[in-house]
Design a protein around this ligand. Structure first.
Ligand code: RIB
Ligand code: CA
Length: 311
């Protein structure tokens, strides 16, 4: 009987999603991986998720989901992740196809069959929103939602982080679902950078998997350094949404009231985090991560990679 947390990882691989898959596979009971359009179109994020399960030797179910946001047009992030969504390494072809293209049904059925599942979205939250809307009982069945997204600043725009910018309407549904919610936003993920030293610690792990992941992180970091003047490496965002569940002591968090801007001409997709210290304040709907022990957290990644590595 596993004592590990059971999760569904909903992702758009994506370099940092790929690392999130490694950490989730090492430290949680991954009931399934669901894919969504985001960093790349759905066929590519799904392909990349399948490749990662192959590299880790996993038979985890993979179900593809939404190929576009609820309302916004589909927009991707090739400028960061490359045309394939996972550029920078010589990756194998996937050995299998997705188990289905019905991610929303998989999420609903799995959360009804298993009490206390954590939903961990690390891409646009279209699948999660559609599942919550189709099955109103879900919010009371799951343990909670631990998401990567948002922040007191943006990256796709000055105000909006990519996952929420891509599908603000879906994010608004998720942030309003009423259950436990943990937000790994840019304020914490930018503390967690794939510096040359950290990439070197990945490359030092024997075997092909570590070499491939080091190549991917090198590409990811080069894309970041080409755009960001004040960083030493790519922010490895997505694994933090997993690690806050598996290694909570590595993080600091604050309960906050957070709403999603869906109308603003310049702020659409923004997380408005209420920082006021009012005596009577709006109900807090979200734990916002504010700090991470980055060295210890990156060591979790290195050890997770090592646990799947064959010299
Ligand atoms: O803004 C960073 C987020 O957008 C990460 O999840 C990254 O993978 C992209 O999906
Ligand atoms: Ca992602």
């Amino acid at each position: 009987m596993s004592t590990q947390l059971s999760i569904i990882l909903d992702c758009d691989p994506g370099h940092d999603d790929a690392i999130a898959i490694v950490v989730a596979a090492a430290h949680t009971n991954v009931l399934g991986i669901t894919t969504v359009a985001g960093n790349a179109p759905l066929d590519l994020t799904t392909r990349n998720a399948l490749i990662m399960t192959d590299l880790l030797g996993l038979d985890t179910p993979v179900h593809s989901g939404a190929n576009r946001p609820l309302v916004a047009p589909p927009r991707h992030a090739g400028y960061v992740h490359g045309a394939s969504g996972l550029d920078g390494a010589a990756l194998p072809e996937p050995s299998r196809r997705a188990d289905s293209d019905q991610a929303i049904d998989f999420i609903i059925e799995t959360c009804r069959a298993h009490e206390g599942v954590w939903l961990v979205p690390t891409g646009p939250m279209t699948n999660i929103a559609l599942a919550l809307r189709a099955a109103p009982d879900l919010g009371g069945r799951i343990a909670g939602i631990s998401l990567m997204g948002g922040g007191s600043f943006g990256n796709r725009t000055a105000a909006a982080e990519f996952n929420l910018w891509a599908d603000p309407e879906a994010a608004a549904i998720v942030f309003g679902y009423g259950g436990p919610l943990i937000m790994s936003g840019l304020d914490v993920t930018h503390q967690f950078q794939a510096t040359p030293e950290r990439i070197g610690s990945v490359r030092a792990v024997p075997g092909r998997l570590a070499a491939l992941l080091a190549d991917l992180l090198t590409f990811f970091t080069s894309a970041y350094l080409a755009r960001n003047a004040d960083m030493r490496g790519a922010a490895v965002h997505d694994p933090l949404a997993v690690m806050v569940l598996t290694h909570p002591d590595l993080f600091q968090r604050e309960p906050r009231h957070v709403v999603i801007e869906t109308q603003g001409e310049h702020t659409r997709g923004m997380t408005l985090i209420d920082q006021r210290h009012l005596i009577e304040r709006p109900a807090r709907n979200c734990d916002v991560l504010t700090a991470v022990d980055a060295d210890a957290a990156f060591d979790v990644i290195v050890q997770a990679i090592a646990s799947f590595s064959r010299p």
